[in-house]
Design a protein around this ligand. Sequence first.
Ligand code: NAD
Length: 357
Amino acid sequence: MKSYKIAVIKGDGIGPEIIDEAIKVLDAVSVKKEFELNYEEYLMGGAAIDITGEPLPKETIEGCLNSDAVLFGAIGGEKWDNLPRDKRPETGLLKLREALGVFANIRPVTVYDELTEASTLKESVVKGVDLTVVRELTGGIYFGQPRAIEGDRAYNTMVYTKEEVERIARVAFDIAMKRNKRVCSVDKANVLEVSQFWREIVQEVAKDYPEVSLSHMYVDNAAMQLVRDPKQFDVILTGNIFGDILSDEASMISGSIGLLPSASIGGRVGLYEPIHGSAPDIAGQGIANPIAAIASASMMLRYSLGEEKAANRIDNAIKRALREGYRTKDLSAFGAKEVCSTSEMGSIIAQYASEGS
Ligand code: NAD
């Protein structure tokens, strides 16, 4: 039997509550004895600061690097907001991403049929949306040199190397091959040289994927098209700053922050986390929606462990729970037959996942 080492970072606020449910569901699919998961818990964020004084202790970095994947909840809270920047919880997460070398951020946006009403967009616009944003995470203007504030001027630099564009494009094309085989590369090639370069490299990479159809879109148009007709997209491939903005915009199409997972991959070890934060306002009440964390666990099975069948079982179990009217409090206004707690929702999904074929 295959056996995998999973580093678990529960973090702060609702982090521990939702990660416990993700593990419950993972155990339910691995119980089929096709593979075994061994978890090791590590500290990061506020929980780590309280015990060690550091947001990302050395043992956490080493433990994560020696694992097959990292499953992470969320970090942060008011208690640590006034610490100096390098001691704050968020610094821990940024440093962990860097240590793992993850350069591709993947955010699928699925609109579940039962929850179309939860979106601020019209039902006819969002029904059936199923897209994935692939964002380059470690290059572009957020990291480019030179950068400075100098007297009465300031500047940043948007740089991409051939290697950086090639590797993120490959991630997007590989994902498209497992989906509907369409990639839309988003840039600003009408104005920026770096975008013209990006476009040329993406076109080169596309030659290795003859089954995938490639289109290009300027970022201003993409921002508009995402709210006009999001169904037109399958995989959106884009750079760091455009991806930062577009992935947040895309996440709102689904209407609920508690549903959306993410993966950061491409480095030594993949990192899987819900897109939401630690939600201190609802922590400890047993009302957090665990679906984003559970869907992140499913992405971990798919992208880091290659356990596609088990990932599908989880995705189908989430859909079934929603179809049958189970809702956590955040979604209770949208077709709830039964409002359940965080742990009840986890148990229902775990049960359906273990029944799935
Ligand atoms: P947040 O995502 O934690 O919460 C925003 C709103 O969404 C809150 O009303 C919250 O109750 C609700 N919400 C979030 N997740 C939910 C879930 N699973 N189920 C039901 N409702 C949910 O964002 P925020 O309030 O801006 O930030 C709170 C803390 O989280 C801050 O310290 C922030 O720095 C941190 N944060 C961490 C991460 C991360 O760990 N990756 C990401 C964003 C924010």
